[in-house]
Design a protein around this ligand. Structure first.
Ligand SMILES: Nc1ncnc2c1ncn2[C@@H]1O[C@H](COP(=O)(O)OP(=O)(O)OP(=O)(O)O)[C@@H](O)[C@H]1O
Length: 267
């Protein structure tokens, strides 16, 4: 795992939103086969970082490489790259008037010319992988929140992407469903030979399945290491984040919104 080139490599990356730097000096290698947890408080820039991986947001400085190549700006090349990235977005995004199977089939219909029978077989395989083959003909309203999340996961896996990105996969799930989803993330990663990036503020549910963790706060990476190192860290920033304390070196919700405001000043 460590000798192979990284699936994602971020070098001296700066990302701007609304005319100001949200993240700066970001350096990160995501090794093939690993699960990396990207942690950080609300508004710290986790979604912004994901946007750079999928090419929605171009770097203001530095580079983003995925599968060994710089993320392209040209639309066609970008679409090609994105086929290799499965994204599980917050809130599932399932179409309510389609069954679970029809939802999972959507990327296959959009990106392949496979005959219906083959698509049906592939869809059932994906649903089986998330433990929901029996729910193929159910509509989203007939599924629990956790089941719907797993259908969305099957859909994200439809095109066999080597890289999976999870954006807050546990939002709205109870502790049991959360445990099921996180165990599934680990199992799919290992059995399908994937590489996974999990963006979340659900630290305690995510660390047990992660190989590597980074914490984003105050515009940069304030920790990078193993989950055990994270939990043992005595860094006040990390401590404040892990304990969810409102007062400390992380300026919660204090980022100025205007383009010209100084970036470190509390609002
Ligand atoms: N389109 C935009 N225009 C201007 N500012 C933006 C835009 N999108 C995000 N931001 C700002 O960038 C910062 C980082 O936002 P981002 O959504 O990446 O954080 P996050 O860590 O994903 O938060 P959350 O956990 O709440 O989803 C915030 O200060 C936010 O207000």
């Amino acid at each position: 795992m460590t000798d192979a080139p990284p699936i994602v490599r971020l070098t001296d990356l700066r990302l701007d939103r609304g005319g100001r730097a949200v993240l700066r000096d970001i350096n990160l290698n995501v090794p093939r086969g690993s699960i990396t947890a990207v942690l950080g408080p609300s508004g710290s820039g986790k979604s912004t970082l994901l946007s750079a991986l999928t090419g929605e947001l171009a770097p203001a400085a530095g580079t983003v490489e995925v599968f060994g190549q710089a993320v392209p700006q040209a639309k066609r090349a970008l679409l090609e790259l994105r086929k290799g990235i499965g994204v599980l977005l917050q809130g599932n995004g399932l179409l309510t008037d389609l069954t679970a199977a029809e939802n999972v089939a959507l990327p296959l219909r959009a990106h392949t010319d496979l005959p219906d029978a083959v698509i049906r077989t592939l869809v059932l395989m994906k649903l089986h992988a998330v433990g929901l083959r029996a729910a193929a003909d159910a509509y989203p309203r007939e599924l629990s929140g956790g089941m719907a999340r797993r259908v969305a996961l099957a859909r994200a896996l439809a095109l066999d992407p080597p890289l999976m990105i999870y954006d807050e996969p546990l939002t709205g799930l109870d502790p049991i469903a959360s445990g099921v989803v996180m165990a599934l993330v680990r199992r799919l990663n290992d059995t399908l030979g994937l590489t996974s990036i999990v963006v979340t503020h659900h630290v305690h549910e995510t660390l047990p399945i992660a190989d590597h963790a980074i914490v984003i706060a105050n515009g940069g990476i304030v920790f990078s290491g193993s989950p055990a190192e994270l939990e043992a860290s005595s860094d006040p920033l990390v401590h404040q984040f892990l304990k969810g304390e409102p007062d400390g070196p992380i300026a919660f919700d204090a980022a100025p919104r205007t383009a010209n405001a100084p970036e470190t000043d509390p609002a």
